[in-house]
Design a protein around this ligand. Sequence first.
Ligand SMILES: Cc1cc2nc3c(=O)[nH]c(=O)nc-3n(C[C@H](O)[C@H](O)[C@H](O)COP(=O)(O)OP(=O)(O)OC[C@H]3O[C@@H](n4cnc5c(N)ncnc54)[C@H](O)[C@@H]3O)c2cc1C
Length: 585
Amino acid sequence: MIPSNPRRSKVFVVESTVPNFVHTTHPVTVPPRANGREIARRPVLIAGGGPVGLAVALALASRGIAALVVEADQTVCAGSRAICLSRRTLEILERLGALTPFQEKGLAWTGGRSFHRSEEVLHFTMPHDQDQRLAPMTNLQQYYIEQFLLDAAAKCDPDLLEVRWGTRIDGLHQGPDGVVVELATDTASYATECDFLVACDGARSRVRQAAGLRMNGTSYEGRYVIVDIEINLDLPTERLAWFDPPSNPGRTMLMHKQPDNLWRLDYQLHPTEDSEEMIREDNVTPVVNAHLAMMGIDRPWRLIWTSMYRAAAVSLDSYRSGRVLFAGDAAHLVPIFGVRGLNSGFDDAFNLGWKLASVIAGCSPDPILDTYSEERRRAWEVNVTSAMKSTEFMAPPSRGYELMRDAVLSLAKDHPAIATLIDPRQSAAIAYEGSRLNTVTRDEGSFKTGPGPGSPPLECPLIVNGKKRYLTNVLGSDFTLVWSGEGDVPSIVANELHCAINRGLSVVLLTIGTATLLSGTVGQLQALHAQIVEGRFIDLYDAAPSAVYLFRPDGHVCARWRTMQPGDLSNAIDTALGCRKAARP
Ligand SMILES: Cc1cc2nc3c(=O)[nH]c(=O)nc-3n(C[C@H](O)[C@H](O)[C@H](O)COP(=O)(O)OP(=O)(O)OC[C@H]3O[C@@H](n4cnc5c(N)ncnc54)[C@H](O)[C@@H]3O)c2cc1C
């Protein structure tokens, strides 16, 4: 038996193949203090060293902003938590300098199958064509996710990123210039000061309680037993779902492959079944045995751990309360079906990271932090709309829904159009349409396709200086201008780029095709000259006969033009930095 980790899982059944780092207890440190207050003061304190807290810290460190992460536990998480990481998350992890171990250890997949009773009724694939380099979905246990982020954090300058274990946030007081945070270990209590507090302390956020805030939304009646087992199966990585299977009539069962021969089974409880009883090993074992037998599998397996899950779609009204920002599960919860919980948390971290750094560095005024809340709250609404449809399909909330769901399942095999209603709608990046950081240019109406203002980047293969690359791995840390305009980049545009650089921003300039910079204008621009691969940029971005795209630090499109005029670029950068109101055509 391994000790129960109060943080993440209800029951641990047997010690198993989980890697040693899951059991590693990190030491608690208490910093030098004067009069009960920590002497050092950092710009940012992050509550919670789960995946979102660590991602925020890495995003800040990559921009030279120091952060202290305080984590109540002394280990990474154990138990059944997130396993499915989206393509957008991998893009973000790459930008945080952490991608490689995720790809080495994770299991990439592109689709899945759904069964009604014993018949296959849907075989879906997620978009994955020759333009992509990252898998649409990758399975990896959350303890690996946290450990790989910690490994990336360990490579940062310790003055920029410190993780303080066994230290919990107990309270806070906001003042006009900062936040005083009360911290406690098992043996000491002290206060520390910061300019901004980022609450990433999970679903039961202490910071949220201390700030007197509540999440609003919907909680679902359906309960799911989550079981991880160790079994050696030679099956592909895909998402498998059974509705009313002969082995477990009336249940919905999901199955996912994880690294290290672990498999995740989720199954719905009947309304009369008792949660605590049903996660006991003697009740889980017959359900799993029957399911494996139905699949024709006769192999030994070991139970690793079980827990109970109940779906909720709730959110704070605002992810900002003065100098306190909320991210990940501390800000919002979405049902796990469609895997938008952690994936949306990484998007929060990446969105907040550049904006907070920009405010602290003096490049943006404070109100840009309101746009973090506006953009990500809106993303939660979009996520929840899809996740609720999936949840209601998995666990119909009423008899009427159940009849409709069963009718769809019965018809799906012979009617492909109906089968799309079963599609689990997996997590995808969300466009910040209508964001006040976007610039809608006079040319916007002339674009028939391609990502508009606020959209995440559309992947596109490129040849950059003779090497095959992709758009998402050549985007710069601040702004990227992709020029596929006619002729050379005019000196007026290059001068505006220089102005941005003189403000301390880094700018990557990509010129597509034959366009070049006029001699003498390169200066300190980080200029990459890209060539077209099979005309993909031109097609994907509707870039013929000419187009100029500006991407902001998190890769979302700020603005696009057919032809640029003096001042266009500076205005769009100022708008994206929150320094001016967005111009409308
Ligand atoms: C069964 C299950 C399956 C899931 N599957 C997926 C999936 O496949 N894909 C997906 O995207 N999402 C999934 N999720 C959701 C995902 O696990 C969460 O969204 C994710 O963990 C949120 O990360 P976080 O960093 O915001 O919070 P957490 O992971 O909860 O981390 C919060 C951290 O804060 C610490 N903390 C708490 N209180 C304090 C305090 N007072 N002081 C200091 N530290 C504190 C905690 O110890 C913890 O380390 C799943 C969830 C469950 C339960």
